[in-house]
Structures are given as structure tokens and as C-alpha cells.
Design a protein around this ligand. Sequence first.
Ligand code: GLV
Length: 325
Amino acid sequence: MDKSKVFIAKNAGQEVVKYISKYCDCGMWDKNSGIPRKKLLEAIQNADGLIIPGDIKVDEELLSKAPKLKVVCNTAVGYDNFDLKAMKERNVVGTNTPNILNDSVADLVFTLILSTARRAVELDRYVRNNKWHVGDEKNLFGIDVHHRTIGIIGLGRIGEAIAKRAKFGFDMEVLYYNRHRKIEAEEKLGIKYAGFETLIKKSDFIVLMTPFTKETYRLVDYREFEMMKDTAIFINASRGQTVNEHALIGALKNGQILGAGLDVYEHEPIKKDNPLLELNNVVLLPHIGSATEKTRSDMIMMAAENAIKVLNGEEAPNVVPELKL
Ligand code: GLV
């Protein structure tokens, strides 16, 4: 019998190719740039398994070009790039990479919290531009993070890792909002469930950490920014679509909130004329939540193991809930 074929649509390194090659024929896009859609569609014509970064859309077009496809493995925890209905109809399994990135993403969220509160990026530019003078101390003030209130919207595994840092690292009061209350986490972490509006109104730091679904599209919109404290800092490390970016830009420009720390945007990479690029009270990162060498290499290996399990007819550990049989 012919070996199954797996295509890796990103430069994942030779270790993962070696692992997959023990079981399957393995092809890989080995350039350090995103694979053009046309090349991807050509490369997957005979593929049984596909490993992708989370920004490749798995839709009807892609699925129709890969009639043998049995499994698509995201190297991301989010899977809003999957057309779940189309995948289900074609019996294509989808997997993600949960858990192993929790701590790296939580660290990144705190990078955003601290750098916005203490204006680290803005003041780095200030030093480099030779603007630092004796006596300008007051111009350099930021706000405290410790002992203040953080509100986490979406208390999944990453949300819990953020709560832990906030509570035990920074003595913060931690509020959370989630579809379901999490009593065990409340007891373990000493955190409090709050209604959505209460959290928005009371928090000094509002962290958006929900997956992007139909229900969370623009969850934070004009109304929510109006309800925030004018000293609040808004952090988004989930998906750009969970916030109305126009409303956010307005709130940052007219002093409705103090600042924002963003890792995600409505359009990625960010467009050159995005007004966020002109604002000083926002820290902008290029969607790097899980992007440490160790975590990303663990994620690609996890995706590869998922692919091999499915292709060997075994149960894969990380099939996304909507596509579980
Ligand atoms: C990154 O955004 C992920 O979903 O892992």
C-alpha cells in the first residue's frame, strides 16, 4: 500500500520532517515566508494530511483541491480559520495545539500589560531620540499594575494562567467573565466571577482572551469602551475580530481609555494606513502570543503527532470539539 502523504505549509524545521517521514511521505514549504495560496493548493492535491499555521483558511476551496485529505492540523490553539461545516461534510478531521502555549501567551499578555502601564515602548523611543532631560520626571510617570483590578474576558486555560500571574505575582484583584462560571478556578486562584458589564466598568486592565466565534465577533464595541474607566488599559491577545477596531481607535484618541496593548488586529499583517500606528498610547505586537522558540517547536511537534495518529487510524488527542466523531 502507498504511504500516506503529509504536507507542512510552513518552514517547520527538519526534526519534524524526520519524524513524519518515519510514517509518511512528507513535503514542506521550506521558505521563511508564507506559502502563496496558489502554491499551497497545488501542493495538497494528493495530500492525506496537512499541517498549517493558524492563518491559512481551510475552506471549501481548499478542501475541494485536496480530495484525499483526512486531517488538517493547526499549529495554533485558535481554529477560527477552519470552516467547520465544510470539514464535517467531507469527513476531514481538524486538530489544534492546546495547553502547551498557555504560559507563553500569559507571559506575553503581561508583557503588554506592563509595557502599556509603564509606557516602556514610548519611553524607549524617548531615550533613543535624546529627549531625556534632568527634571522631566513627571513626564515619565506611568500607572501601577500591582494591587489594581484586572478583568479577564474568557477564562480558558490561557485566561487561568493570566489570572495566576495577576493574583500571585502582582497581588491584583482578579475578575473574570466566562460563558460558564468556574468554581474550581475561583477557589484555586482566589478570583471572582463578574457580569460582563460589571467587569468592563470596574477593571483597570481589561484583557480579552476569548476565541473568535460568531458570538464573540466585536464583543468589545463602542458601548463597551464608553463604559470603561478613562484610566483603563485594554489588552487584546485573542483575535482582532473580537473588538471593533474603529471603536478602539476612537477611545484611544479621545481619552475614553488610557491605553491599549495589542497582539492581534482585524487585518494581519496590520495595514500601513492603520491609525493605530500613529498613536503613542498603544503597544503593538505582531501576533506573537505563543512565539517563543521552545513553545513554537513544541506546537509543531504536537501538530505532527496529531496528523500521524489520525493517518494511522488512532485517536488523536487534540481533535477540536466540533469535529469529534
Ligand atoms: C495563536 O493565535 C493561536 O491561536 O495559537
